[in-house]
Design a protein around this ligand. Structure first.
Ligand SMILES: *Cc1c(COP(=O)(O)O)cnc(C)c1O
Length: 349
């Protein structure tokens, strides 16, 4: 089965070989306080910097998921208030989880077809939370808009959920203080590992706040990461696989070009279809990595069934678009031949 689900999605072909080699090397049983682990941890962090362009001054942490990052941010960064600007289910969930821990959380929902106007987001107070790529409806916020929001709010920290875009498109990390993602999306890896990336300002803020009530309090995580360790036994296999995949992956600038070219070919392809269209009408807010396709519920049902028979798994529609959309991942691990195969199926519609 080829999974075009926007996460968990297709993993790189080399994964089974890496797992076998990791087993042979004894990686699957190493102690997370050992030198071997610390070297693995350091090497993986250095590769993330090199391949994704994460600034040297930013600290990279390993978590278990993006959802865990929502909670770490709420407990260790948000003192009173956070402001959540979102247009879909993931941004809303982030808001709801945060509100349970920090009742001062505020929401600023916007329509998926609307582009954010940074001029209307000036001098907000509290942590500004944005979902760069909203996986549920296939929209994104551009680097330029993130930059304006940051510049318009010099007194606030900005946190970005880039779960379904990191490692697929080039993100300008300087435009925010906190970034996070999990690896079962654009990284093309099995689920169970998250990444949290913090600017020096975010680290300093957490340190001044001094929150240390949880096993995953950011202050503990930082103390441990200073020694290339984690407070809990981490997903060692996941980190090892990430290292192996990064070693062989192209720099993000190249991947970005590939993602963009494939996205453009999907747009052109969809523009020629009769009964299916892109869900989002405003082209400038369309995601490069998640393509939501709309049709009648009958057509959507039919397409999913036909694709399944051909060995292709499509992403289900989300929330209010459950029955009249499906989603196509445009992640780097998917192959050109697989995309062609899916296009042959969709061509009839
Ligand atoms: C998938 C996803 C999440 C949740 O990721 P987990 O690894 O399951 O915690 C959060 N935000 C966005 C935008 C996502 O696409």
């Amino acid at each position: 089965m080829i999974s075009f689900y926007p996460g968990p999605s297709r993993v790189h072909d080399e994964i089974p070989v890496y797992v076998k080699q990791g087993f042979k090397e004894g990686i699957l049983s190493i102690n997370h306080r050992s030198d071997t682990f610390m070297q693995l941890c350091e090497k993986t962090v250095l590769l993330l910097r090199k391949k994704l362009g994460v600034p040297a001054s930013y600290t990279i942490f390993f978590t278990s998921s993006a959802t865990e990052c929502w909670e770490i941010i709420a407990q260790s960064i948000v003192q009173e208030k956070s402001i959540h600007i979102y247009n879909g289910a993931f941004g809303q969930k982030w808001y709801e989880y945060t509100k349970r821990l920090r009742p001062g959380a505020e929401s600023l929902p916007f329509h998926p077809d609307k582009k954010i106007d940074p001029k209307k987001l000036q001098e907000l107070s509290g942590l500004i939370c944005l979902t760069q790529n909203e996986t549920s409806n296939g929209t994104q916020v551009s680097n330029a808009i993130l930059k304006s929001i940051k510049n318009n709010n010099p007194g606030s920290l900005v946190a970005i959920d880039a779960t379904s875009s990191m490692a697929g498109i080039n993100l300008d990390f300087k435009n925010a203080d906190i970034w996070f993602a999990s690896v079962q999306k654009c990284f093309g890896l099995p689920a169970g590992l998250g990444l949290l990336i913090c600017s020096p300002r975010a680290i300093q803020h957490a340190s001044e706040f001094g929150e240390k009530d949880h096993y995953n309090s950011l202050n503990f995580m930082r103390e441990m990461m200073n020694k290339w360790q984690t407070p809990f036994t981490p997903n060692v296999l996941g980190i090892y696989l990430l290292m192996r995949v990064l070693e062989n992956s192209r720099p993000i600038r190249d991947l970005h070009e590939i993602t963009l070219a494939r996205y453009a070919s999907w747009l052109e392809f969809l523009s020629k279809r009769k009964v299916i269209t892109h869900l989002i009408t405003t082209e400038s807010v369309r995601s490069y990595t998640v393509i939501p396709v709309k049709g009648t519920p009958e057509v959507v049902e039919k397409i999913k069934a036909v694709a399944k028979r051909e060995g292709i798994l499509l992403g289900e529609g989300y929330g209010e678009w459950k029955s009249n959309t499906f989603r196509i991942a445009n992640f780097p691990a998917l192959k050109q031949t697989e995309i062609k195969k899916l296009m042959v199926i969709l061509k009839k519609y």
